[in-house]
Write a protein that binds this ligand. Structure first.
Ligand code: GLU
Length: 467
């Protein structure tokens, strides 16, 4: 048997991190077992589905590297197929046309609620002779009245629901569009899905889906319902907690490796290992080991992982995304040091690519003014002679010798000549050429900023001190 998993997002917004984790688990499981990972877009909610959301989801999946083997399939392109399947259910007596008006259904709901009962359809149209009816209708599933449904869930164990708890759910609406539960069943069946791995917010739907599958004479997939991700207040992670989309984390400068590593651990573990390469994830992951308990999203840990990957991934692989972050700040890297060199110099100093970009603007653009506090503390009048001497020493270095070791020597020699401690000279130099007090080692920083810019910025600082 080839394992076939699927990820089936509804395109009503950006890709939520919780959905991304589900997608990751589906992807990993298929990869691990040499199976297929199918992408299906559940776009039947016509009011809330948008092309923009579809694009955003596909984009986020691609960015995460969760490549799909088949699809994307779109439910709205499969309406005929749902019609075909519903016809067989109508013929076999497992479905019926329901002509009840909205008003009747609403009244039923009100009456049941008044009696403190769960709203449910009362089966009014079960015995209709639909040949004699006219007007618009929906198609309902004829749920068994007795017995129970057992869900053997890999994560939650056995869940038993009495059929008397389930009503005759709508399969196809009056406009011919299937409901979620029906679309999923037909698709999972047609796409030969062997493992349904999804959020446990769908666990309550599973008995209904099993009943439909049984009515179709189909065998059941394996179910694994993954717990929800919670915000710091213990409530389900949602927009109320701030941004929750994969896109948001990308814009914040999180790396896909870090986000995936973070998400896999949020609901699954392998001993106390925290860092997993993609290959290790594939090797170690198993749906049997998914945790049942919901977990709280921890941004600090995500940042920690991100920094780990910033420091350890091949810098050249980070260049395109780093460049994108700089461009978001209006900084274009063609007039400055190679991005890869800046990445290498900065990677210990930033937790995200965005932060790194923000801290790297001075390599490419002159800053408008020096930070006020940095200036007050480091560019006082008494440093002017030292800085001037340093400017002269640096200007003696030709462009061909403009490298960190030579720059370092120039600083050391100037400090010795003027009997200054190295830091007394290096920090004012840093403030003068970067506009602030934090940067990579100053010789490296000067090399990257470039000879002409360094000398110009020193001149500018000197004019300001004396001016
Ligand atoms: N379209 C559903 C959702 O986005 C997923 C359903 C499923 O995986 O069965 O929640």
């Amino acid at each position: 048997m080839t394992v076939r998993t699927r990820f089936a997002p509804s395109p009503t917004g950006f890709l939520h991190v919780g959905s991304a984790r589900t997608a990751l688990y589906c992807w990993l499981y298929a990869k691990k077992l040499g199976g297929k990972f199918i992408l299906r877009i559940e776009d039947t909610d016509r009011e809330r589905s948008t092309q923009e959301a579809i694009d955003a989801i596909l984009d986020a999946m691609t960015w995460l590297g969760l490549d799909w083997s088949e699809g994307p399939f779109y439910q709205m392109q499969r309406l005929e197929r749902y019609q075909e399947v519903v016809e067989t259910l109508l013929k076999s007596g497992h479905a019926y046309q329901c002509y009840c008006s909205k008003e009747r259904i609403e009244q039923l709901r009100i009456d049941r609620l008044a009696k403190k009962e769960k709203p449910r359809y009362d089966g009014h149209c079960r015995h209709n002779n639909h040949q004699t009816q006219s007007g618009s209708y929906v198609i309902r599933f004829r749920n068994p009245d007795t017995g129970s449904v057992e869900v053997e869930d890999v994560v939650h164990g056995k869940v038993i629901v009495q059929n008397s708890e389930l009503d005759d759910l709508i399969l196809v609406r009056s406009d011919g569009i299937p409901t979620y539960n029906f679309g999923v069943v037909v698709d999972d069946l047609d796409m030969n899905i062997t493992h349904v791995i999804r959020g446990d917010d769908h666990l309550a739907n599973t008995p209904r889906q099993i009943n439909i599958l049984k009515a179709l004479g189909a065998s059941l997939p394996v179910y694994a319902h993954v717990s929800m991700i919670l915000g710091s207040d213990g409530k389900r992670l949602s927009k109320r907690h701030g941004a929750v989309s994969v896109q948001h984390y990308r814009e914040e400068g999180i790396l896909p490796e870090a986000l995936l590593n973070y998400l896999i651990r949020l609901g699954w573990s392998h001993g106390d290992q925290e860092i997993f390469s993609r290959d290790e994830m594939i090797q170690y992951f198993d749906i049997q080991d998914i945790n049942k308990a919901a977990t709280i999203f921890n941004t600090e840990k995500l940042l920690w992982l991100n920094q780990h990957y910033l420091k350890t991934l091949e810098p050249s692989s980070l260049v395109p995304e780093f460049q994108r972050h700089l461009e978001n700040l209006g900084v274009y890297a063609d007039q400055g040091p190679p991005l890869q060199d800046v990445l290498l110099a900065q990677r210990e100093r930033a937790k995200t690519l965005r932060e790194m970009a923000e801290k790297s603007v001075y390599f490419y653009q002159d800053f408008e003014s020096i930070d006020k506090d940095a200036k007050a503390k480091n560019l006082k009048g008494d440093i002017a002679p030292g800085l001037k001497a340093l400017r002269e020493a640096l200007s003696l270095l030709p462009l061909s010798k403009w490298h960190a070791p030579a720059i370092h020597n120039a600083i050391v020699q100037t400090a010795e000549k003027l009997d200054l401690k190295l830091g007394k000279l290096a920090q004012p130099l840093r403030v003068a050429v970067t506009g602030n007090t934090i940067s990579p080692p100053i010789d490296m920083t000067c090399e990257l900023i470039g000879r002409e810019r360094v000398l110009n910025r020193l001149d500018r600082a000197l004019t300001q001190i004396w001016g």
